[in-house]
Design a binder for this molecule. Structure first.
Ligand SMILES: [Zn+2]
Length: 126
């Protein structure tokens, strides 16, 4: 599977409280990171979502699409000990690099849960 790079195009939606960062095409295939301040939290809690798909070239030489859908949330006080929460707040403040890193983390988490269907074929062949 390819390395996650952060050299991506950035779009930022305006006129809304939700900050949206969209990546792709590239190594971060079609991944959208949305970040917003939780209502009623006095700006102390931020939530986010990374959604999209990521292309994997597996050891069998096949191409697979991994669906990405990861939710994030955290309080300002957690940012010092939780890297994802720190990234969330940086995104909220408009940091595109932080959004790219968060997207990369979401890909990593999704890949942990993903398994290569080609491996199943191997088992059946036995
Ligand atoms: Zn495969």
């Amino acid at each position: 599977m390819g390395a996650v790079a952060v050299r991506v195009r950035l779009y930022r939606r305006r006129m809304t409280r939700v900050k949206t960062f969209r990546f792709g095409p590239g190594s971060l295939e079609s991944i959208t990171v949305s970040v917003w301040t939780a209502p009623g939290s006095n700006s102390q809690r931020v939530k986010g979502r990374a959604e999209g798909s990521y292309r994997v070239y597996c050891g069998m030489g096949n191409e697979h699409t991994v669906e990405i859908k990861e939710e994030f949330s955290g309080w300002a006080g957690e940012a010092s000990r939780d890297a994802d929460v720190a990234l969330l707040f940086a995104c909220r403040d408009g940091n595109a690099d932080a959004a790219a890193t968060l997207a990369g983390n979401a890909v990593e988490y999704a890949l942990v849960d993903w398994f290569d269907p080609c491996d199943v074929d191997d088992d059946i062949a036995l």
